[in-house]
Design a protein around this ligand. Structure first.
Ligand code: GLA
Length: 397
């Protein structure tokens, strides 16, 4: 991928790239829709990523070429940054990041900054990625993090990885218009090789959780492109906010299973169901970490299966194809557990599988899933990788 990227850069801009900025997609092992309730999540960055070859410019123009869409776009960092035309929506993730950096008053170190000017340096960039789009593996967080990493490198900006995640989340919330939580950007920024991260989405503290030895993380794309996700997602958020308002807490993170049981009659039927998912899911995340630390993969698997049921029945973000896919995998001997991952409404499942059972699982998915749904699954065996970073083009050749 790096070679193709560097070649494309030369062809497009007639010069060599200075560096490559990279940021990974993610898979969430457990803790779904808990991030915007100040709760806990347990994602890992994966070996599918977005890469951008970058060359500094001396002016404030940003020229972008998307290798995957074969489209050019450009904008200026001078003045307010507008949205891209509709056919180039991928560019909004870059524009959004630039816009937040400008709002935050970041300027090029040196002359312009000394003169007090807001002068972020522009760039030529070629962007490509192999994170499946619209599959719930956070290709959008990956492009945001790759580009903030590029801006940081180019302009010598002092932005910590946590700050980078928060700025990218704001780019998505405020510029793109998706009210996502912080999980995707956080893990794309701070992911660690061979580890998942237990993230406390209130304090933003995190703990490294080693990936279990002898087991594989298998992600299967249902082939159902995530639909309806923005409106249904924002509706779920509003229902959670209503629940916490009625229960008199800052966020559902502050509600225990016992408290919810005692007070559920105060909530409407639907808000009660939403709260039930969040409150039990938070507990499942913490229980999963305890089980992982004990090496009790059977317990982890049961928690993953319970998470899927809760997302299906209480949070109502599954679709029949994801249910079928999770069930096929749950029945395979050696599969500890399987659940939908990400926002839902299509996209992928994640399964924890004994390494020796992976071929069996792959076979079951490949034969049974098309029979039952008429769809072709895509299977990714994932490894936990490091978060956003800069790659040296010389080493990538
Ligand atoms: C999307 C959002 C995340 C999170 C998940 C659901 O991926 O971007 O912030 O809410 O859905 O867990």
């Amino acid at each position: 991928m790096a070679n193709m990227l560097l070649e494309a850069f030369k062809k497009q801009f007639g010069a060599e790239a200075d560096f490559i900025a990279r940021a990974p997609g993610r898979v969430n092992l457990i803790g779904e829709h808990t991030d915007y309730n100040d709760g806990w999540v347990l994602p890992a960055a994966i070996d599918y990523d977005v890469r951008a070859a970058i060359r500094a410019r001396s002016d404030q123009t940003v020229r972008l070429y998307s290798l995957d869409f074969d489209q050019l776009d450009s904008f200026s960092l001078d003045g307010s940054i507008e949205h891209a035309e509709e056919s180039k929506s991928w560019s909004n993730y870059v524009r959004g990041v630039a816009s937040i950096l400008k709002q935050e008053g970041y300027a090029l170190k040196g002359m312009d900054a000394l003169k007090g000017m807001d002068a972020l340096k522009g760039m030529d960039a070629v962007i490509t990625g192999n994170v499946p789009k619209g599959a719930g593996l956070s290709s959008s967080a990956a492009i945001e993090l790759a580009m903030i990493t590029a801006f940081r490198q180019l302009n010598g900006l002092d932005i910590s990885p946590v700050k980078a995640a928060l700025y990218c989340q704001r780019a998505e919330n405020e510029f793109v218009g998706m009210r996502c939580g912080v999980m995707d950007q956080f893990i794309s920024s701070l992911g660690q090789e061979n580890h998942a991260l237990l993230i406390d989405c209130r304090s933003l503290e995190y703990q490294l959780v080693p990936m279990p030895a002898g087991a594989s993380i298998v992600v299967v794309n249902s082939g159902v492109r995530r639909g309806l996700v923005d409106s249904a997602y924002n509706e779920r958020r509003a229902q959670c906010e209503e629940g916490s308002r009625i229960l008199g807490v800052k966020a559902l993170r502050d509600v225990s299973v016992e408290m919810l049981e005692k007070r559920s009659s105060e909530l409407s039927e639907v808000v009660g169901r939403r709260c039930r998912h969040i409150v039990t899911e938070n507990q499942r995340v913490l229980d999963t970490v305890t089980a992982l630390n004990k090496g009790d993969l059977a317990a982890v698997g049961l928690l993953m299966n319970a998470s899927h049921r809760s997302l299906r029945d209480w949070y109502e973000v599954s679709v029949p194809q994801l249910d079928v896919l999770a069930e096929i995998q749950q029945r395979v001997k050696g599969c500890y557990g399987a659940r939908l991952t990400g926002a839902g409404f299509g996209g992928c499942t994640v399964a924890l599988v004994a390494q020796t059972a992976v071929p069996l699982l792959v076979e079951a998915v490949k034969t049974e899933y098309p029979q039952k749904t008429g769809l072709t699954p895509e299977i990714y065996i994932c490894h936990a990788k490091t978060g956003a970073n800069i790659l040296d083009p010389a080493l990538e050749n």
